[in-house]
Design a protein around this ligand. Structure first.
Ligand code: GDP
Length: 179
């Protein structure tokens, strides 16, 4: 039998309104009711869950308490380094959120200078085709510059969201196995 690993702490980062709450809802299994307040049961919005990735169980704690608009500098400095891995979200319909993701990546690099910190740049809301402000190739290029993985998702359509969660677990395992 394979021992479960973790729990891995995965932090959702990104500007307000990009879909962090929606991601957390899908992770928690409340996808049908994105606006339900089931999450209140979890208090600090910390959710721990056992998920299976590539046939191996992994325990993941997803944290979405971050709000980069209201988060003051000291909170950022305290909170950001506590993750094992990061989903760095922006909305493809909001260029300012894309720039915010870049800033957050730079802050992360300063606070978590270790090589190979698992990070996925996530371009959410790809269902909103006509409101798109950030192209796929811009997202991909940005991820290459920042040395992280890239995925486009739609929390509304539940497209690629689990791929993002699974991808981050795979990266955590690669890092674990290379130690
Ligand atoms: P947060 O501030 O980052 O937690 O963002 P929320 O998860 O609260 O999402 C902000 C708004 O965008 C809400 O009205 C969501 O329903 C909506 N939203 C989130 N993800 C998507 C998506 O993939 N597509 C569309 N069309 N709307 C989304």
């Amino acid at each position: 039998p394979v021992e479960p690993r973790g729990p891995y702490r995965v932090l959702l980062l990104g500007a307000s309104g990009v879909g962090k709450t929606a991601f957390a809802g899908i992770f928690a299994g409340a996808a049908d009711s994105m606006d339900s307040d089931d999450s209140e049961l979890c208090g600090d919005e910390t959710r721990e869950k056992m998920i299976e990735v590539d046939g191996e169980p992994a325990s993941v704690t997803l944290l979405d308490t971050w709000d980069s608009e209201t988060g003051v500098e000291w909170a950022q400095e305290c909170y950001m380094p506590t993750g094992d891995a990061y989903l760095l979200l922006y909305s493809v319909t909001d260029r300012a959120s894309f720039l915010r993701a870049s800033e957050l990546r730079i802050t992360l690099r300063r606070l978590r200078p270790a090589q190979h910190t698992p990070i996925i740049l996530v371009g959410n809301k790809c269902d909103l085709v006509r409101r798109r402000e950030v192209s796929v190739s811009e997202g991909r290029t940005c991820a290459a510059v920042f040395d992280c993985k890239f995925i486009e998702t739609s929390a509304a359509m539940q497209h690629n969201v689990w791929d993002a969660f699974h991808g981050i677990v795979r990266q955590l395992r690669l890092r674990r196995d290379s130690k």
